[in-house]
Design a protein around this ligand. Structure first.
Ligand SMILES: C[S@@+](CC[C@H](N)C(=O)[O-])C[C@H]1O[C@@H](n2cnc3c(N)ncnc32)[C@H](O)[C@@H]1O
Length: 320
């Protein structure tokens, strides 16, 4: 296990990830106006109480609003905030603290740009009297302006096999915009897809991309590494999300020379994604053990090295 100081900087090539042990409400003060993207998964209400402080669903809005100003101030005017979260069943019904939290944030100046769904292809097995297995979570995209930085080309994916079969059979109706058979008013012009090999993904981030090994190998490529959205494996932390989830939003919402922050950094998943994609990153967590785990993962899985190790190494090289 790495020795933890309040702040540890790791490096991969020209990119750095700084892990800060502290409360993100105070630690973010030094990043005012510098952050392009905050992508994070806060503690869910009343969850993981054995591991870190739980927040009661009735108190969740007020608790989350204590992060509003630090987040808002840290972001650049073109910046975005992605909140991965799920609501909770209380006494047999869905408690709506998540919706109320998003509404409260919007009342304070955030723009609700989009609601993404993370489709979990392997949800927890079980039986519930009035519900099925829970197969998705929210990823809310909020921003300081209505036109945040947005690079949809960076998340394009291969158009898929249907093009070959469908385009080979183009009929007369396909060659110009044509009203649909059921008169729904939705026209189609399939011919516009001729010669294209990528398409924009939808706002459901789902399991159709390469596995984690392929993700690492495919780093830097512009399109199809968005979303093998399996539940993150438990790596010294009880609530890890998959690397592909923050990676998707980093490509979409953070310019290549931008700064990503995860203010509930946990085991460092966002840092692994950011370093893979060449973005500088700051992770903040108020639990020392999780900061240590983040350092370990970033080195073992993310290919990062501690700055002091790099300095030691270069001193050694000078001596040689
Ligand atoms: C859901 S977990 C994040 C897990 C992370 N996405 C991962 O993949 O490992 C939420 C984290 O927020 C941290 N946390 C809770 N309150 C915090 C605060 N005020 N400041 C910083 N971190 C906090 C907890 O220690 C926990 O590790």
């Amino acid at each position: 296990m790495s020795v933890l100081t309040a702040r540890t900087t790791l490096r991969k090539s020209e990119t750095t990830c700084t892990i800060i042990h502290g409360d993100s409400r105070t630690e973010l003060a030094e990043f005012v106006g510098q952050v392009d993207l905050i992508v994070t998964s806060p503690p869910y209400a009343d969850a993981r109480r054995k591991h870190y402080d739980g927040v009661h669903p009735d108190e969740y809005v007020d608790w989350f609003l204590s992060f509003h100003e630090p987040y808002f101030n840290a972001l650049k005017p073109t910046g975005s905030l992605i909140i991965n979260i799920k609501d909770k069943v209380v006494d047999g019904v869905r408690h709506r603290f998540v919706w109320h939290t998003i509404e409260a944030l919007c009342e304070r100046g955030w723009f609700a740009i989009e609601d993404y769904l993370w489709h979990k292809t392997n949800p927890m097995p079980g039986f519930w009297p009035t519900r099925l297995r829970d197969g998705w979570e929210y990823c809310f995209h909020l921003a300081k302006s209505k036109r945040p930085y947005f690079n949809s080309d960076a998340v394009r994916k291969p158009i898929g096999d249907w093009v070959d079969t469908r385009l080979n059979k183009l009929g007369q109706n396909d060659l110009s915009r044509h009203n649909s058979v059921n008169d729904s008013g939705f026209g189609r012009d399939i011919s516009k897809w001729v010669g294209r090999d990528t398409v924009l993904p939808s706002n459901v981030i789902s399991s159709e991309a390469p596995d984690e090994e392929e993700f690492t190998r495919a780093e830097g490529t512009p399109s199809n590494v968005i979303s093998r959205a399996l539940v993150g494996k438990n790596k010294g932390h009880p609530a890890v999300f998959p690397v592909e989830l923050p990676a998707f939003f980093i490509k979409l919402l953070c310019p290549e020379d931008g700064l990503v922050v995860d203010p509930f950094g946990g085991s460092g998943t966002t840092g692994i994604a950011a370093l893979s994609l060449g973005r500088n990153c700051v992770l903040i967590d108020n639990n020392a053990q999780y900061c240590g785990e983040a350092i370990r993962r970033l080195c073992d899985e993310g290919g990062a090295e501690k700055e002091e190790d790099i300095i030691q190494q270069s001193l050694y090289e000078i001596k040689q």
